[in-house]
Write a protein that binds this ligand. Structure first.
Ligand code: ZN
Length: 410
């Protein structure tokens, strides 16, 4: 059993749940007796761990092969249905909570309500709604002649006044997080590559000031060193990617204890699978540079005592929904984290990012029973968690919502 705090797995352990909360965690020998009517799950020498937290989740990204498909292929009605299916899938993969990294229209806000009210199943969501990007930046990809704007995906801004107006709209929409685009990405090598800035410091500061005033948190797609520095100085609450770091940005990051979600497996998937989707070589080369820089930064952040959350930008054709746990394997095999470190990043730190550290993220008495039972010893092979056939039970708030024991029973 992993507690989720970075400690090694505990052998011969058990966990008790009464209604929605954990009442005992520890050795089986010391466990108190339970009523005869208790339902028991035998982990079968497998692994018990906290429910996973996907810290950069795009429920409305429907495995697109072309970026512009995101905002023009389907109407909002159908994207909503696809997003609900993605939420169900994430839960079945062991993810009991997820922070949205941006959503088409305001779908994730309403999905969160639907999940909380048991209308659909899915991870506990922190909603984000539309993303914010500077005009001409990474997300402003529709040419003006199409006259279709970017209504569903992003709020495009010019200057601090428009940045404030965009955040005020999101406040009304009911989001918890504001996702911004301080920098470009390998996906746009011509005008918005990953060393390009897509928002000014003044715009970013206006976003943070307005968001914090209304108790919203701010994050951003930050690859270029200057963009990371701007985000930290502006008061961002987390960083997505944090790709190219220098000593100055590292010191700022540590001083402010800002968590980073690298989303690195996306880069590997883009390099490996991109050619099959006609990804240009310049884009693939950029992803390689991002992968190398991002892995180095992730290792450095961990070594310096910073916080890393795991999430993977799943929802592209080359990196589809359902592959979420590949992020964990990748951080062990390629980036070089230990299994306990990866479990902590994917549980405790994820809960901290969501602002739910008192309720979920570790297996502790009094917390909500969000628990994953895997029919394999993940200390030996963490990739076992990628296969739904190995997921015995996914418990959320004390209720088994997915897993082989449920499908077998039905
Ligand atoms: Zn993303």
């Amino acid at each position: 059993m992993f507690i989720g705090d970075g400690g090694d797995a505990i052998a011969g352990a058990e966990i008790h749940v009464v209604e929605e909360r954990i009442t005992y965690v520890g050795s089986s020998e010391a466990a108190p007796p339970v009523p005869a009517s208790t339902v028991t799950i035998d982990a079968n020498n497998g692994t018990i761990l906290p429910g996973l937290v996907e810290a950069h989740f795009h429920p409305t990204y429907f495995n697109v092969a072309a970026l512009e498909d995101l905002d023009i292929k389907y109407p909002v009605e159908y994207v909503t249905l696809l997003a609900a299916a993605n939420c169900k899938l994430a839960l079945e993969c062991g993810y009991t909570a997820a922070r949205s990294g941006g959503s088409l229209f305001n779908i994730d806000v309403w999905l969160k309500k639907a999940i909380n009210e048991d209308v659909v199943v899915g991870p506990r969501l922190a909603a984000n709604g539309r993303e914010i990007c500077g005009v001409g930046g990474l997300m402003d990809w529709n040419p003006d002649f199409r006259k279709i704007g970017m209504e569903g995906l992003v709020l495009l801004i010019n200057g601090p006044e428009e940045a404030r107006a965009a955040v005020r709209k999101l406040v009304k929409d009911g989001v918890e997080w504001v996702k911004t685009y301080p920098t470009g990405d390998a996906a746009a090598p011509d005008a918005n590559d990953h060393h390009t800035l897509c928002m000014t410091f003044e715009e970013m500061h206006a976003v943070v000031e307005t968001a914090h005033n209304h108790n919203l948190k701010v994050t951003g797609h930050c690859r270029a060193t200057e963009g990371i520095k701007n985000a930290l100085l502006a008061g961002y609450d987390s960083l997505e990617h944090g790709t190219f770091m220098d000593r100055e940005t590292m010191d700022l990051l540590l001083e402010r204890d800002v968590p980073v979600v690298p989303a690195l497996y996306f880069e590997k998937a883009s390099i490996d699978n991109g050619p099959a989707f006609n990804m240009p070589q310049a884009v693939i080369d950029g992803h390689q540079e991002t992968l190398d820089g991002g892995a180095e930064s992730a290792r450095w952040i961990l070594r310096e005592g910073g916080r890393i959350g795991l999430g993977g930008d799943y929802g592209f054709a080359w990196n589809p929904h359902g592959d979420y746990a590949k992020e964990l394997t990748f951080f062990v095999d390629f980036v070089g984290f230990t299994v306990p470190e990866v479990v902590k990043c994917a549980t405790k730190t994820g809960a901290e990012i969501m602002g739910l550290a008192d309720e979920i993220g570790t297996l502790e008495v009094g917390k909500l029973a969000d628990i994953l039972v895997v029919n394999a010893d993940i200390t030996q092979d963490i990739s076992a968690i990628e296969d739904q056939a190995n997921i015995t039970a996914v418990m959320q708030g004390g209720i088994i919502k997915a897993g082989t024991m449920l499908t077998a029973a039905s």
